[in-house]
Ligand binder design. Structure first.
Ligand code: NAD
Length: 454
């Protein structure tokens, strides 16, 4: 499998694409490894993961350069992701013991009852490329601490990163037959579905998630899905500093070239401030520096996947055909690489793909609304339910709106944010189950109830 740099379109490496046979024999190794790993005291497992975290921090420059080269993330953002993800390691290292402790349900009477938490066994982690550290850590860090073995399939667009993670994991003391990365694309992912893993933890698109869910369902094992979104932001008419709010919205939309599951995907603005907000928003967008992702001052690099360029153009043309207005962007960039200019459209509505289908790129529509009621209805008019944000200086008003929005995470005066202490879960087509927080620890164990009479 060729690894192509999305900025230069040059082949930077070539890796093995694992076959079904490879996957089956690795599974047998992991099966053996898991039994031994589970018997190691939890504190030793935590130590190995902490060591992994240290090794990652020590190698940050090399790892960031790799991530930038294979998926086009600006080097500053690559470094931020790698160092920022460390808070997940700290969280799971500190919290897991508390959530795995046996619990006495009934100690009095003739029959005593307790619950213990056992690891699932060998789990599969089929992962995405946009934040390979963040989304990977959400799964394999707690899974390993809880005593599972992990069959890790990094995305084909973050393969070299996945291999480096594997190397450092082994160097940190996690045995080779406990954490194994297999490289490849769709076919390798499908091979993981054919073996009897004890749980499947997937991060990726709804389309792939749906296929995986239907394949895994008859196995009756744990299944978790972190999928896409069409996350709305509503800016009310009471925001005090329109320029500041517009800048926050630009950051929430265009960070990582809009390739974040929780990026702002559509914006609704109260009619009283609509024109001023749009002007400020476009001003900031036009300041974004698009270009070579290895440069320290680049805000936006190329898109990771070439085929996404066509989809973004489709969304622009579909919106323009239906009456939208292009305020900035959409000039074809002549240079080599998967570049797409930051693009803003207004006069948009929900008949346009741009406002209902996940964009996953540097393109956004801004729609005018009359009042909070209309905003709430539009925010909920989606098949997704990952996050939703409200910018307002009135806490009660914001809370009242967010209470009515059907999403796994809601933000007041912030957006595009994930924290290890809070559950990360998508509703509707955005996912199934929850990672992070204590729920993202319990996701990797199964309860066993003891009824003890003696
Ligand atoms: P994708 O669905 O194309 O691929 C995800 C993974 O699935 C890759 O490793 C791929 O090789 C594998 N795969 C593809 N087809 C498969 C099949 N038939 N069987 C088994 N495995 C298969 O998604 P992507 O492009 O890597 O990621 C982008 C998507 O992920 C976006 O929709 C984004 O919103 C979502 N995402 C969600 C979260 C979240 O936390 N909710 C986080 C990051 C990304």
């Amino acid at each position: 499998m060729k690894i192509i740099n999305p900025a230069t379109e040059e082949v930077i490496d070539q890796v093995k694409e694992y076959s079904s046979e490879d996957v089956r024999s690795i599974y047998l190794e992991l099966l053996n490894g898991q039994k031994i790993w589970h018997d190691i005291p939890l504190s030793e497992r935590v130590k190995a993961i902490e060591k992994f975290g240290e090794l990652i921090k020590e190698s940050v420059e090399e790892l960031a350069a790799t991530l930038t080269a294979e998926m086009g993330k600006p080097i500053k953002q690559a470094r931020n992701e790698i160092l920022g993800a460390h808070n997940r390691i700290e969280f799971f290292a500190k919290q897991t013991e508390k959530w795995l402790k046996e619990e006495w349900n009934s100690k009095s009477g003739k029959t005593k009852e307790k619950t213990v938490y056992e690891p699932l066994g060998v789990i599969g982690n089929i992962s995405a490329w946009n934040y390979p550290y963040n989304v990977g850590y959400n799964v394999f860090i707690p899974a390993l601490i809880c005593g599972n073995a992990v069959f890790y399939k990094p995305s084909e667009h973050a393969t070299l990163t996945g291999l480096k993670i594997e190397k450092l994991m082994h160097q940190a003391g996690v045995p080779e037959n406990v954490f194994k990365a297999v490289t490849g694309g769709k076919t390798t992912g499908e091979a993981l579905l054919k073996i009897p893993l004890n749980g499947y933890f997937f991060t990726g698109s709804y389309h792939t998630g749906q296929k995986i869910a239907s394949e895994v369902a008859p196995k009756m094992v744990s299944l978790q899905m972190e999928l896409g979104g069409k996350d709305p932001l509503y800016v009310t008419d009471d925001v005090e500093d329109i320029a500041k709010n517009a800048a926050m919205a630009v950051e929430g939309k265009f960070y990582n070239a809009g390739q974040s599951c929780c990026a702002v995907e559509r914006i609704y603005v109260h009619e009283k401030i609509y024109n001023r907000f749009v002007d400020e928003f476009v001003k900031v967008v036009e300041l974004l520096r698009v270009g070579d992702p290895t440069r320290e001052d680049t805000d936006m690099g190329p898109l990771a996947r070439k085929e996404q360029l066509d989809f973004l153009l489709f969304q622009v043309n579909d919106a323009l055909d239906k009456g939208a207005r292009l305020l900035t962007g959409d000039e074809s960039l002549e240079s080599k690489g998967n570049y797409f200019e930051p693009t803003v459209l207004t006069d948009v509505n929900h008949h346009m793909s741009l406002m209902v289908d996940e964009t996953f790129g540097p393109l956004v529509g801004i729609q005018k609304v009359e009042d909070d009621e209309e905003a709430i209805a539009l925010m909920n008019n989606t098949s997704f339910g990952l996050t939703a944000a409200v910018f307002s200086s009135n806490e009660n008003r914001a809370k009242n709106i967010l209470d009515q929005v059907n999403a796994g995470t809601v933000y007041w005066n912030c957006c595009d944010r994930v924290s290890p202490t809070s559950p990360w879960s998508g509703r509707k087509n955005s996912g199934l189950g929850s990672t992070l927080s204590h729920q993202g620890i319990r996701a990797f164990v199964q309860p066993k109830a003891y009824h003890l009479r003696g």
